[in-house]
Design a protein around this ligand. Structure first.
Ligand SMILES: Cc1ncc(C[n+]2csc(CCOP(=O)(O)OP(=O)(O)O)c2C)c(N)n1
Ligand SMILES: [Mg+2]
Length: 303
């Protein structure tokens, strides 16, 4: 299916929203870098890095706002932070201190789910249940490209379509399920597959937070207006391997890894907003100081 070009999303968010997008992306990147560092030192047992996926996560989370309940996979750290999950709470699970470091009800952010695609059924079931209680809950569920090969995903899409569940499926397609390339997992885009189930869907580049924000805002309007599910497929490039226990150089070409680094959504968006005068040096200093303070706190608690 053809991807939408940048010019089709011209209107774009206002400058306040742009600064919010970038701020959340910078905080997520800082926390992720600290997690990788702490994992190297043995303070965390494992860390599935989200570097390269900040635009997809922050753009989608900001577009739907703080109210919808989120069913994450295991890599949506930027979304968790935006939901008020403290980085200490987030790290607790990866340090093996707890099964889930946060209160899912308070954060409206469910526990990470490592059984691929299981959360899609949890999300659809939750949405149907809430409607039966007379509560109109809008639910967001995150999946990776590999998770879409699971039977649960097909079942969840069909059930969501049949029951007209208010569910936004967000697929971050990084082209890999650990070492399995997406081309060996599917013959169509996921968006095309969703339409086959009767779900409206769109596939857009996921490296530009403004494109993601626009696509997910439209998806949210559709879900609220039509009382029907929607699927957004975001094409992303991951900078690091599957997790800190994975040697991506074994199966990924040097060019593929270099392309993901060159397309770094955080560096590119920071450069773009600076060029356009949306942010200045003082703004970066303030965010840098906030991130540094956060990382020092984390290093003290975990090192
Ligand atoms: C049901 C199930 N089968 C296999 C695995 C092992 N596994 C863990 S992550 C992963 C790849 C997932 O890829 P994707 O959904 O694209 O997410 P990504 O890690 O790329 O974000 C696999 C096969 C699992 N966790 N659960
Ligand atoms: Mg993947």
């Amino acid at each position: 299916m053809a991807m939408k070009s940048e010019s089709e999303h011209e209107a774009g968010p206002d400058d306040r929203t742009r600064r919010l997008l970038l701020r959340h992306m910078l905080v997520a990147r800082g926390v992720d870098e600290e997690a990788c560092q702490l994992q190297k030192q043995g303070a965390l047992d494992l860390w599935p890095s989200g570097q390269g996926q900040e635009a997809a996560q922050v753009g989608s989370a900001l577009a739907v706002g703080p109210d919808p309940t989120v069913f994450p996979s295991y890599r949506e750290h930027a979304v968790a932070l935006m939901r008020g999950v403290a980085p200490e709470e987030l790290f607790a699970q990866w340090a093996g201190r707890t099964y889930c470091g946060w209160d899912p009800r308070r954060a409206r952010f469910f526990p990470y789910t490592l059984v691929l695609a299981a959360q899609t059924l949890h999300a659809v079931g939750y949405s149907i249940g809430r409607r039966l209680q007379g509560l109109e809950d809008f639910v967001v569920v995150y999946i990776g490209d590999g998770a879409t090969s699971e039977g649960d995903m097909a079942e969840a899409m069909n059930l969501a379509a049949v029951e007209a569940a208010s569910v936004l499926f967000v697929c971050q397609n990084n082209g890999w399920a650990i070492s399995k390339p997406a081309a060996e997992q599917m013959r169509t885009t996921l968006a095309e597959r969703a339409r086959g189930f009767g779900i409206e869907a769109v596939a857009v580049p996921g490296q530009d937070p403004e494109i993601v924000f626009a696509a997910c805002s439209r998806a949210a309007a559709h879900i609220r207006g039509e009382r029907a599910p929607y699927l957004v497929e975001l094409q992303v490039g991951r900078i690091h391997g599957h997790s800190t226990a994975d040697a991506q150089e074994v199966y990924r070409s040097a060019e593929d890894i270099a392309a993901a680094r060159a397309a770094d959504p955080v560096a590119r968006y920071a450069g773009r907003l600076r060029e356009r005068g949306v942010v200045d040096a003082a703004w970066f200093d303030e965010v840098d100081a906030e991130v540094r303070e956060l990382c020092e706190r984390l290093a003290k608690e975990y090192a």
